[in-house]
Design a protein around this ligand. Structure first.
Ligand code: FAD
Length: 487
């Protein structure tokens, strides 16, 4: 049965949707499937149940079983908890999409806007065991077979986005790509909160919302939020992706799930003496590409001509004009070749969205963390709940691979906040609880969180071991309520 070509056109379209490997293909096949089945995704309240009812296909049923199981959790109150809420999510990165899925499960109307037209990031994310469990629970195995591998602990950023985009669409989330968020528009007349979008996809009827989730990545912070700078010692990260031809020889090369200087001094000493490359750590994952991430020492980057001139200021040091890109490619190539015992045959750089070798250097010296995770703004009697998720909330240090796990935690915590908002909990209490939970996020590790993944839900008490939801009191979050009724 599994190898037969489907004869029903909707089955064939479902297969194309599931197998789609680009953002555009996912959207196109999804639209074609909806037309074929005569289901309208704009009808978000009943969309998923209609899709299920009309697509009588065994492969689709396997996905429905997973989604139904998740959706039946009591927290969602049969997708009624937020039935009156409308949410705008900024950014279709993994955390924006993960949050959007939860908001849709809570019954809200959800619109995601993403400024990029494609998902192009080859870089690979480290997954904690619970993240894999979570993705499998959303049916990821049906949407991306690799996630079924027993020892899998990583995934490329774009693959993760594709999986979550598919789940979001099935749940009736509207995702607009190539649309940039340019700011909030305050309520006027009868109109509630809207967004300035470019290009404007709804010129006549703007989407009004009462919840705004910002998942715009590390460099994006919406008005009203502030970042704290966490300055550490100089840390220069390099990522490099090489073409994976999936040959047997490549298959045999062992991954390096993280080797740090203090644990393998000989390796780093040999690397330095044989190549002049001096690293603090290195990770190698085999995924769509051969992906390497390493932290390099400034002295060796200067010696190898990667950095042209020494500056004490990290920004100046790593400024575009102070980096020799050919030398950087050679540096990354040699480090990758050495650390895999020169076993990867025909090493060739994969290309990035600009068609250039996918090698990049990043400054992790100064990391950002938002001072607060949430706020409420009120204008003309209309309240807007705002929340941050993902890198926009806490920027991760990639070589440690903590980003996506904490990013998903924040997406769940935010969904829990929106749930309380939807259920009519007083807004200052909603903010106080969100800020209480946020205090724990940066210390979260696989060791200090609940091991019973089956019990995980958006409720923070199921995941954090020692969470006090009233650690921060209502009077301490007054400043997160911004009201201006003169407008
Ligand atoms: P992101 O994945 O950054 O997504 C934010 C999204 O918001 C983007 O798609 C962006 O286009 C969109 N956006 C921003 N502003 C607007 C706007 N005004 N309007 C509409 N859309 C907007 N992590 C690792 O662990 N290892 C790595 O090697 C690694 N490499 C990375 C390389 C790059 C270039 C970037 C940007 C991030 C990388 N990360 C890496 C971080 C990792 O991708 C994030 O931790 C993870 O994707 C979760 O992020 P997020 O969803 O919060 O944000």
């Amino acid at each position: 049965m599994a190898n037969q070509e489907p004869t029903d056109p909707s089955h064939a379209l479902f297969d194309l949707f599931v197998g789609a490997k680009t953002c555009r293909d996912v959207q196109q096949h999804f639209s074609a499937l909806c037309v074929q089945l005569q289901v309208d995704p704009k009808d978000y309240r009943v969309f998923y149940s209609k899709l299920k009812e009309r697509l009588n296909y065994w492969k689709a049923k396997a996905l429905w079983v997973k989604i139904d199981k998740r959706a039946s959790h009591k927290d969602y109150q049969q997708r009624k908890a937020c039935a009156k809420n409308k949410c705008l999510v900024l950014g279709a990165g993994p955390c924006g999409l993960r949050a959007a899925v939860e908001l849709a499960l809570l019954g809200a109307q959800v619109l995601v806007v993403e400024k990029r037209a494609s998902f192009s990031r080859n870089n690979v994310l480290h997954l904690w065991p619970y993240t894999i469990y979570d993705l499998r629970g959303l049916g990821a195995k049906k949407l991306y077979g690799h996630i079924a591998q027993p020892y899998l602990d990583h995934i490329s950023i774009r693959q993760l986005q594709l999986i979550l985009l598919k789940v979001a669409l099935v749940l009736g989330v509207e995702v607009l790509t190539a649309v940039e968020f340019q700011g909030l528009e305050e309520p006027s007349g009868n109109k509630g909160w809207t967004a300035k979008l470019h290009p404007n996809p709804h010129p006549t009827l703007a989407f009004e919302f009462d919840v705004f989730i910002s998942a715009g990545g590390g460099s994006f912070l919406p008005d009203g939020f502030k970042h704290k700078e966490l300055r550490g010692k100089l840390a220069i990260g390099i990522t490099a992706n090489f073409t994976n031809r999936h040959t047997a020889a490549e298959g045999q090369v062992e991954e390096i799930s993280g080797v740090a200087r203090i644990y393998n001094q000989k390796f780093f000493h040999d690397l330095l003496t044989q190549t002049g490359i001096d690293l603090e750590n290195i990770v190698y994952y085999k995924d769509d590409t051969h992906y390497f991430v390493m932290t390099a020492k400034k002295k060796s980057l200067l010696k190898k001509g990667v950095i042209k001139q020494d500056y004490s200021d990290a920004e100046q040091l790593l400024a575009r004009e102070n980096v020799d890109h050919d030398a950087l490619w050679r540096y990354a190539y040699e480090a990758a070749n050495f650390s895999t015992n020169r076993q990867l045959p025909d090493l060739e750089f994969a290309t990035n969205h600009a068609g250039r070798p996918d090698v990049a250097m990043f400054d992790f010296t100064c990391m950002h963390r938002a001072e607060h995770a949430s706020l409420v703004r009120e204008r003309r009697g209309k309240k807007l709940l705002m929340g941050l998720v993902g890198d926009s909330l806490v920027e991760p240090f990639w070589p440690l691979g903590t980003g996506i796990a904490r990013g998903f935690f924040a997406a769940f915590d935010t969904a829990w906040m929106v749930r309380s908002w939807g259920l009519g909990v007083p807004y200052l209490k909603v903010l106080a609880e969100r800020e209480s939970v946020y205090q724990l996020l940066s210390q979260t590790t696989p060791e200090n969180t609940n091991k019973n993944y089956t019990s995980y839900s958006i409720d923070p008490t199921t995941r954090y071991r020692h969470v006090n939801l009233s650690a921060i009191q209502v009077h301490q979050v007054q400043h997160l309520y911004d009201v201006n009724d003169k407008s």
